[in-house]
Design a protein around this ligand. Structure first.
Ligand code: NAG
Ligand code: NAG
Ligand code: NAG
Length: 387
């Protein structure tokens, strides 16, 4: 009764919305893995609009935005403890006094996009804000009204309802919201989301939360690996956000972290304070060659293809017949690794130019294999271009 008359919908919209069932619909986002920033790994629950604006400023001022990092994503703890009198989600008025619409306008004004965090359960993982279970349509309308571009959708307090049901409901709600919203599932890989989320989500977590340690990073890389066949344009495996710059690993470990995430077409969601990062951190996350591997249009997730104890070779196909290659020394001492063409998808007789993406040097006319030596926990990353 109180609702305003619906505006007349354009004919093509009616056609689109009536030809296929909602469950089979999906947005056209995420043709390459998403790139951006998220508040959790560095700030945890301590976020407010001053911090988020500063991050958006830094994204542009440091040149990161020009390299493709576009999403500014708020994680848990942005919302008020309770819904408002109409049952809507509301921003925490102390931390976000200007409100989410104003923050979205600010971020959009910088040419960037704004993401929020929600939960497919009764309350979020912090329990400080309401979950969206049972409120999917209403919350999707709220996000759309604020101009939100991305939803990270978590899995806490989920009443043991099938994740497929809970996540599909929010996907449909977003599709019906009238706004294109990137849907990033955070189901922790519990029910093998790679096997079912591709038809309605743009990325899905395949592992538990990353911690800022070498062990956690390598573990997530390994657990994510087996789902490679399910990734592709529009839907990506997500071994969780980047820790580069947060101080728990060495520079070479962070370089390996970024190289492997790029090779396996993981979302490149930065997790450090980009408004005060070190020169070393900036050098890693702004490497255009490595980013280009991640954003390659073919969208093939690279895999671990050769292993000899701690000495590993990861590789994946790129567009135009090229191959991306990482030699990764996960052992305790300096070591030499050889990748042979037969293991990385090249014809044994192929002659290639090898571009070292971290030194930016090109070695021409290599044949059969490639060998290099590297320090403990360091990697070498290449793009091989057949002649
Ligand atoms: C807003 O956040 C602050 C800091 O976490 C918290 O103390 C306060 O209770 C929150 N307000 C509401 C209405 O949830
Ligand atoms: C490898 O290259 C040779 C010579 O160009 C060709 O005859 C052969 O079919 C190729 N093998 C594969 C597996 O592509
Ligand atoms: C590497 O390739 C070269 C040239 O094809 C070959 O002579 C050599 O035996 C190979 N080495 C290894 C370790 O496979």
């Amino acid at each position: 009764m109180a609702r305003a008359a619906a505006p007349l919908l354009p004919f093509f919209f009616l056609l689109l919305s009536s030809t296929s069932p909602a469950a089979a619909q999906k947005n056209l986002l995420g043709r390459t893995p998403q790139m951006g920033w998220n508040s959790w790994n560095h700030f945890g629950c301590k976020i407010d609009e001053v911090i988020i604006r500063k991050i958006a400023d830094a994204m542009v001022d440091t040149g990161l935005a020009k390299l493709g990092y576009e999403y500014i994503n708020l994680d848990d703890c942005w919302a008020s403890h309770d819904r408002d009198s109409q049952g809507n989600l509301a921003a925490n008025g102390t931390a976000f006094p200007s409100g989410m619409r104003a923050l979205a306008d600010y971020v959009h004004g910088k040419g960037l996009k704004l993401g929020l965090y929600g939960d497919a359960g009764l309350r979020t993982c912090s329990r400080l804000q309401p979950g969206s279970l049972g409120y999917e349509d209403q919350d999707a309308r709220t996000l759309a009204a604020w101009g939100i571009d991305y939803l990270k959708y978590d899995n806490c307090n989920n009443q043991n309802i099938s994740p497929l049901t809970r996540y599909n409901r929010m996907s449909e709600a977003l599709m019906n919201s009238g706004r294109d919203v990137f849907l990033s599932l955070c189901e922790w890989g519990v029910d093998d989301p790679a096997t079912w989320a591709g038809s309605f989500a743009n990325s899905w977590r395949t592992t538990e939360d990353i911690k800022n340690t070498w062990e956690s990073m390598t573990d997530n890389a390994d657990k994510n690996d087996k789902w490679a066949p399910y990734a592709g344009p529009g839907g990506w495996n997500d071994p969780d956000m980047l820790e580069v710059g947060n101080g728990g690993m060495t520079i070479e470990e962070y370089r390996s972290h970024f190289s492997i995430w790029a090779l396996v077409k993981a979302p490149l969601i930065l997790g450090c304070d980009i408004s005060s990062m070190s020169a070393e951190t900036k050098e890693i996350i702004t490497n255009q060659n490595v980013i280009a591997v991640n954003q390659d249009k073919l969208g093939v997730q690279g895999r671990k293809v050769q292993q000899d104890g701690d000495l590993e070779v990861w590789a994946g196909r790129l567009s135009r017949g090229r191959v991306a290659l990482v030699l990764w020394n996960r052992g305790p001492a300096e070591a030499s690794i050889t990748a042979s063409w037969s293991n990385i998808g090249l014809n044994q007789s192929a002659v290639v130019d090898a571009h070292d993406l971290w030194t930016d040097e090109v070695t021409s006319s290599m044949q059969g294999n490639l060998t290099n030596k590297m320090d403990s926990h360091a990697c070498k990353m290449y793009v091989l271009t057949p002649k």
